[in-house]
Design a protein around this ligand. Structure first.
Ligand code: AMP
Length: 546
């Protein structure tokens, strides 16, 4: 017997319809790429998104065609997403921080037919255009006044392009499992792998994201996604904020501390999300200027582990609650969020930070387990590490064109490539990427734990720990640090600071101070480059052993 409820496919453009109908006047404010602040609202965004759909259709774009975007977070990028979605085409966010050859590779792999790009990226596209045969037209997100002279094929200013249609367009209705968006993972080895979101997975993910113990967004929030729309599906915020009718502040191309602060303060942002690198810049700005953020209630920190000191500073100095979160492009991307269950809600001080440093518990819609290498489930005791595996309606079941499919297991779980512990209350803590964990004498040492500890030292700006070859132990940890301006530090000073806070055999064998630590296109420490750079490094403990 089937239920007798209506068939209402979960289609992403229904989100902008809801926002336009129920929260039509709610503001969407952006720092435009041209410079000035721009204000619009959800009703206008829907009107213009319909023009995007109609105009794309006139250019021959049909259900399932891929439309690339190379763009910052602005109202225009949002209109473009909803226009593409409402036509049944597929938005493909390209990360501009990738190497040019990688950009060309993924645009070709996805076979983007149109590329919609910000002014910032015209020069790079001009250099690559010969290598992008599938792209029939370039739409530059600006108006005629700011449109540069360009050699790009069929290039047109966005405002002119949408002005050619009247917006009389009915959203298409189709199966909710239809592809909605694509995002390539920033793999550190091999080619990037394409993740293909469906309308259904995006809508369910947005509902999951808004739940109170997840991001807890409401119509009373003013939300600023500093996380770019090209990073892991914007952590869902480009869909979940309109779904809730929250006001949106889009930071455009300027993600430095003073610029982010300016928007947070001026528009009384209550909720924001980004990777730790962004928050480091903001906190430095706040410290240098003595500024405060009285309206900001919650900040989500994810993408890499949040340093303990960062959580403490946000909470104790600025009165902002931190929600540490973990996820992956393959998970739409939310996997877990560290909101406090009653078991932990009463904790204070260091005991509270001990929990908040964990990546949190999965919301409904994400099943999680940890296993050993043979696939046997490991206990949730907060100590045993294992391979972290997940399953759910917004988790990928395959990569585009079947790349890397060994990660998708026969029981429907996806092996995340992360190594984690789970505690008795279901709180997960990432101990490492499986590739980065340091194997010392048959035991595992978490590079992330050591990094978190090292960045707690007042002179340390950033820290990375890698395993370096050791004849006796196989690998031993090497701590690599960037110091804050005009600081010096000795190895003993750092090791003494860490001593007693981890098992003594975890302490790094050596410390190196460098000017700069390399990062991936999504702001994660590029461990492969560090391992390469230090591949011949001889630890003092090796010299002593010889
Ligand atoms: P991406 O798909 O680019 O978002 O990268 C996903 C990977 O980032 C995960 O598999 C983790 O290794 C890492 N990651 C994301 N969030 C966190 C976090 N809060 N703590 C530690 N690692 C994280």
């Amino acid at each position: 017997m089937l239920g007798l409820m209506q068939d209402w496919p979960l289609l992403c453009h229904r989100i902008i319809d809801h926002a336009a109908t129920l929260h039509g006047a709610r503001q969407v404010i952006s720092r435009s790429v041209e410079g000035p602040i721009h204000a619009t609202d959800y009703a206008t965004i829907r009107t213009r998104a319909r023009k995007v759909a109609q105009r794309l259709e006139r250019d021959g774009i049909r259900l399932g065609d891929r439309v690339g975007t190379l763009a910052w977070n602005t109202w225009r990028h949002l209109e473009v997403w909803y226009g593409i979605l409402g036509l049944g085409a597929v938005y493909h966010t390209v990360n501009p921080r990738l190497f040019p050859d990688q950009i060309a590779w993924i645009v070709n792999d996805a076979q983007d037919r149109v590329m919609i790009a910000d002014l910032t990226f015209v020069p790079i596209l001009e250099k690559l255009a010969d290598k992008l045969p599938t792209v029939e037209r370039y739409v530059i997100l600006t108006d005629a006044n700011n449109m540069p002279a360009t050699t790009l094929r069929n290039a047109v200013a966005y405002e002119d392009w949408i002005a050619e249609v009247d917006g009389d367009f009915e959203w298409r209705v189709f199966d909710e499992n239809t592809a909605a968006g694509m995002c390539y993972t920033s793999g550190t080895t091999g080619h990037p792998k394409g993740v293909v979101y469906s309308h259904r997975s995006n809508v369910l993910h947005s509902m999951i994201a808004c739940m109170p113990d997840a991001m807890g967004i409401s119509s009373r929030d003013v939300v600023m996604p500093v996380v770019p729309m090209f990073h892991a599906n914007c952590w869902g915020i480009a869909l979940s904020a309109p779904m809730m009718g929250a006001a949106l502040i889009m930071p455009g191309a300027k993600l430095d501390g003073p610029s982010v602060y300016e928007l947070l303060a001026k528009y009384q942002v209550t909720f924001t999300a980004a990777v730790p690198t962004v928050w480091l810049m903001l906190l430095q700005h706040l410290e240098a200027t003595g500024a405060k953020l009285p309206d900001l209630k919650r900040v989500v920190i994810g993408g890499s582990a949040s340093p303990r000191a960062m959580i403490k500073t946000f909470q104790d100095v600025y009165g902002v609650e931190v929600v540490h979160a973990w996820g992956m492009t393959e998970m739409s991307p939310l996997g877990s969020l560290c909101s406090l269950k009653p078991e932990y809600a009463g904790l204070e001080g260091e005991a509270r930070l001990d929990i908040q440093q964990k990546q949190g518990h999965p919301p409904f819609g994400v099943e999680m387990k940890i296993t050993d290498d043979a696939g046997r489930e490991l206990p949730w005791d907060g100590k045993t590490f294992g391979r972290l595996k997940v399953r759910g309606p917004a988790v990928a079941r395959a990569y585009y064109k079947g790349e890397g499919d060994e990660a998708f297991e026969s029981d429907g779980f996806f092996d995340t490539g992360d190594v984690a512990t789970m505690d008795a209350n279901g709180y997960m803590q990432i101990t490492d990427r499986s590739k980065d964990v340091i194997k010392s004498g048959g035991e595992w040492i978490s590079s992330i734990d050591l990094e978190n500890l090292a960045v707690g030292h007042p002179k340390v700006l950033e820290a990375a720990v890698i395993g370096v070859r050791h004849p006796k132990w196989d690998e031993r940890p090497l701590l690599i640090v960037v110091l804050k301006k005009e600081q010096t530090v000795t190895k003993d000073e750092l090791l003494d600071f860490m001593r007693g806070k981890v098992a003594h055999w975890w302490l790094p064998d050596d410390v190196v101070v460098v000017d700069d630590i390399p990062h991936t296109a999504t702001g994660k420490i590029l461990k492969t480059a560090l391992r390469d750079r230090f591949k011949d490094y001889v630890l003092p403990t090796v010299q002593a052993a010889e």
